[in-house]
Design a protein around this ligand. Sequence first.
Ligand SMILES: *Cc1c(COP(=O)(O)O)cnc(C)c1O
Length: 397
Amino acid sequence: MSMQAIIDEGEKYLLHAYNRNNVVFDRGQGVYLYDIDGKKYLDFCAGIAVFALGYANKEYNDAIKGQIDKLLHTSNLFYSEPTVKAAKTIVEATGLNSVFFTNSGAEAIEGAIKAAKKYAYNKNKSAKHEIIAFEHSFHGRTLGALSVTGNIKYREPFLNDNVSVKFANYNDIDSVKALLNDKTCAIILETVQGEGGIYPASESFIKEIREICDKNDIAMILDEIQCGMGRSGKMFAYEHYGVKPDIVTLAKALGCGVPIGAFVLNEKYSKNSLVPGDHGTTYGGNPFVTAAVNEVFNQFKKRNILENVNEVSVYLETKLDELVKEYDFLLLRRGKGLMQGLVFDTDKKTPAEVSKKALENGLVIITAGSNVLRFLPPLIITKEDVDEMIVKLRASF
Ligand SMILES: *Cc1c(COP(=O)(O)O)cnc(C)c1O
């Protein structure tokens, strides 16, 4: 089928819940994608921060192919070795205590909220608890995850009374204190806000939230679905701040292409929240997807992914800062590691039009919020890839 024929059929048969770009991708290799006409694209989106290892990584592909031939699925009524191994690896990497695997990021958020609510329920047998979340946050599209998502445009038609949420301003600790009361059971935030516009948390903000949660015995939930798994330059972004959350949520690059998420709990929440009967999933963390997770962690070690992120991100920042100096429609750069944003003066130019033009020029790059161009390359990129991106980006300006 031709590209246009596939697009036309897609528009006919898929619910129009996305404004998709007019490209049909066919295959990937390293940091490049190819459409079905053979056109090559440098990928600075990585399937929205998923493909940390790049495309067609042979060892990763072999690991999941091997598991396909062995055993794909058993349900969570039984044990499987890849699942147990992945849980152990994640516990050791996060410094937390136990893992619940999910199929997506949104489900990881659902589970984290349920764990926080159950812990609070156990204390006073009341379910009337409140959660503090943040403006510009993004936590996913299921009803619970949407309830803690800051963007009112996403939330408004689906407002949900089951989860009582108040929104504070990110990096503004006084706005958090103003919402805190004896019903608060959790504070949930991204360590670096992604979708809302690439805002890293300040050190004092994260530390003060940790203190508030300790003092009031409430859950500090960090959503690292986008900023975790090495993207910030540390395996988990909270390591930059010298704190640990009570619960962390992971997905996206956890599986590097297979659908898996997780919420990971510290000892307090592992032992005093969800018990058998409280939560479940048929597919979550089956041997297929956890075999992928195990190989992802292998590859991170083997390819020194964190070192690469730290080295190349400094270069990327320098190059983006040069653009900010040069172009009057660019206001500033924000980000951490290989999660960067360029903020636009949208009266002069919009990131959406640049993203569209970039695709024509063979560069895949997406936006965040209404005024930010978002850089989420595979974590294996080199300085040469950054140079190539800058050339294509300039052409798209
Ligand atoms: C993508 C994302 C989610 C939702 O993950 P899905 O797998 O799309 O459900 C939640 N939180 C953050 C920070 C994300 O970036």
